[in-house]
Write a protein that binds this ligand. Sequence first.
Ligand SMILES: Cc1cc2nc3c(=O)[nH]c(=O)nc-3n(C[C@H](O)[C@H](O)[C@H](O)COP(=O)(O)OP(=O)(O)OC[C@H]3O[C@@H](n4cnc5c(N)ncnc54)[C@H](O)[C@@H]3O)c2cc1C
Ligand code: SF4
Length: 496
Amino acid sequence: MGKPTGFLDYERELNPSTSPKERIKNFNEFHKMISHEERKLQGARCMNCGVPFCQSGMMLNGMATGCPLHNLIPEWNDEIFKGNWEHALARLRKTNDFPEFTGRVCPALCEAACTCGMNDTPVTVKENELALIENGFENGLVVPRIPEVRSDKQIAVIGSGPSGLAVADRLNQRGHNVTVYEKHDRIGGLLMYGIPNMKLEKSIVDRRINLMKEEGIKFVTNADIGNNVSAEEILEAYDAVVLCCGAGNPRDLALEGRSTINGIYFAVDFLTMNTKSLLDSNFKDGKYVNAKGKNVVIVGGGDTGNDCTGTVIRHGCKSVTQIEMMPKLPDKRSESNPWPQWPRVCKTDYGQEEAIAVFGHDPRVYETTVKELIADDKGNLKAVKTVKLKQEKNPETGAMAMKEIPGSEQILDADILIIAAGFLGSQKYVADAFGVELNPRTNVKTAAGSYKTNVDKVFTAGDMHRGQSLVVWGIAEGREAAKEIDSYLMGYTNMV
Ligand SMILES: Cc1cc2nc3c(=O)[nH]c(=O)nc-3n(C[C@H](O)[C@H](O)[C@H](O)COP(=O)(O)OP(=O)(O)OC[C@H]3O[C@@H](n4cnc5c(N)ncnc54)[C@H](O)[C@@H]3O)c2cc1C
Ligand code: SF4
């Protein structure tokens, strides 16, 4: 522990961000790093408490708390305080393959469980992590690590999101021969096409992929396994196959006209088109949905909806409304949700901050749903009919459900409707192509704590296995699956 009284002496200081009205002028990241000297004080705030919940990654009251990667947080905070940046980075890289991704987009489950946060502000764990890895890249500490010895084992990873990349990285470092197949034209899964550029610049993803290529991993793009490449071909050519295809089956709206009215998009399709057009041509190709001057309604008040809000604000939309079925969460932890549980509180994310700056109000409306789609005579969406909801207990089952409030209907102008209402598991054609069983939640089925499917030599990890989740969980699953695959291939494993 560097400074016993650091948490009393220094205030939490976050990386400064560009003002909402300024940053919406482009799709660039908008945070700057504080200096090394300032960062040192942030490291000093870690009190090295006897039981560091920050690195626990455990389930409490049905929610994860603490880092799922069990990052050695107190150790590297201490090293930051002492100025041992190189050693701190080495300790960080022991448990996290891609801190440059989590340091940008992780919701920081660690900080929610930080002991300093019990009655004051938590340590800036996530930004300390980002500072370590970015300092490492800048100063030549992150260089290709090419395995000296190779096994004769061939592994195919299907899907190049964080889980697939983590499996590939770990098994490649172990000396196996890894090929990653991706159906899109770019590598990265939702890191590339999903999470918008202003949250994670795509040059950051490419930087890591280039490093992994130099380390010996092969990447094949535009390869849709189970479609333009057969599963049989893959099964024949490889000693182990890992399905990391994500949970890309979006929840739809069952409304009349859904499939015929123009102007309705799934959030990930909308965001993918946007990023692809940005990267391909800086929007000159026009192959994206431009919300400039349009009224936009987004179904879903969560993180994906927020990314859509940030995107349409950057286009220059006329209005944006995020419709959320559930009631607004409290602004502070309730008594039934104490530290170190994940705080179930209302957070105002970057897109919503920007909407408030531009339009003067929060774009979210709660306890509301879309009841009807209204089109003009050319079949283009022009409005939606919304209705208010209230929570009611089913007298027979005792379960709570949202019920419509009669007479509360309203008409909302809408030229574009974006559906950001969550996901219903993986896309079935991949599971069918390999013959792997699904569980009732349509995720690929394995025994608890295992990543092995019912089909010999076929494994799974990430959202395809655990359902819609987080980047940090994708990396954690990928790392655990790699150990099991190594054991399957070699008869033992010395991977930790
Ligand atoms: C809009 C959006 C924003 C998000 N923001 C955050 C955030 O800020 N922070 C956070 O922690 N999490 C965020 N998430 C969640 C996070 O991105 C996912 O949990 C994570 O990416 C899952 O990783 P994965 O590797 O399991 O799958 P994915 O990232 O979904 O990658 C799966 C890959 O498999 C490919 N694939 C699918 N089928 C095939 C096939 N048949 N052949 C070849 N390739 C195939 C897909 O094209 C895709 O590239 C966000 C999710 C969305 C949708
Ligand atoms: S990966 Fe996420 S939860 Fe883990 S230390 Fe980093 S920011 Fe915290």
